[in-house]
Design a protein around this ligand. Structure first.
Ligand code: PEP
Length: 252
């Protein structure tokens, strides 16, 4: 079953400073004025340094803020340079991206991701859990098994699934301007939803986003995959115009 609410989640990565507030403000104003905005949820996962100042400054806020990672340990502790989920929540983050392939490629293991998920769940944060295969894995026909492994090794039946949004991000699609063909994408999203339901014995389908080179030109085509519950948008979310154009074209 498809969830009606569509997510447009920006992943700013290592981008932005205080002057980037104008981007956030433009996006917020657009969503505030847009009719039918109720059917979409806009989340900007900005660098930790910007969560509090942006959230604090926005008037008539209708968008949400998120972080892009956290430390696995909860609370406070002697971990130089680390920021816990609780600290991010106090800064105003309601969402958190975990398991992004850019962090996995820096050595983040499935066990570590699981610990991070637990710490964010303990803070009652919404998790955007990234999964996806490499190009080689795709070529070898291993997409489904890779995804299943990523899910099985970082999630557990007892986790609160209402707080977990999956983001299918084929690694070869991130920042490459290449998106999967629609038939493959449709099959993969359906696989994720069905497999998740079977594995964790949930009645409801999980929410599954697509991420990887989403832009204003391909979003209409991507919208034909009705099982997709929204998008995780990297590069294009660093520009108010590009991000707004994606939303506009999606609903056109
Ligand atoms: C991402 O890094 O999560 C992402 C989707 O990037 P891009 O949109 O730039 O491909």
């Amino acid at each position: 079953m498809t969830n009606k609410l569509k997510y447009f989640i920006g992943n700013w990565k290592m981008f932005g400073d205080f002057t980037s507030y104008k981007i956030v403000n433009k996006i917020n104003q657009y969503i505030y004025k847009r009719k039918g905005a109720k059917s979409s949820k806009i989340v900007l996962c900005v660098p930790n340094t910007l969560i509090y100042p942006f959230r604090n400054k926005l008037k008539r806020r209708v968008i949400y803020f998120g972080a892009q990672n956290c430390y696995q340990q909860e609370g406070y502790g002697p971990f130089t340079g680390a920021v816990s989920a609780g600290m991010l929540k106090k800064a105003g983050a309601e969402y958190i991206i975990l398991g992004h392939s850019e962090n996995r490629s820096e050595g983040e293991t499935v066990q570590l991701i699981k610990k991070k998920i637990i710490s964010a769940l303990n803070q009652k944060m919404n998790i955007i859990f990234c999964i996806g295969e490499t190009y080689l894995e795709k070529k070898r026909g291993r997409t489904f098994s890779v995804i299943r492994n990523q899910i099985m090794s970082s999630l557990e039946k007892k986790f609160n699934k209402n707080k977990i949004i999956l983001a299918y991000e084929p690694i070869w699609s991130i920042g490459s301007n290449i998106i999967p063909n629609i038939k493959d994408l449709c099959a993969t999203i359906k696989f994720i939803k069905n497999d998740f339901k079977k594995t964790f014995k949930t009645r409801k389908s999980p929410r599954v986003l697509y991420g990887g080179s989403v832009n204003k030109n391909n979003v209409k085509m991507l919208s034909t995959v009705t099982e997709i519950d929204g998008f995780l948008i990297g590069g294009a979310s660093q520009s108010a115009k590009k991000f707004i154009d994606i939303i506009k074209n999606y609903y056109k």
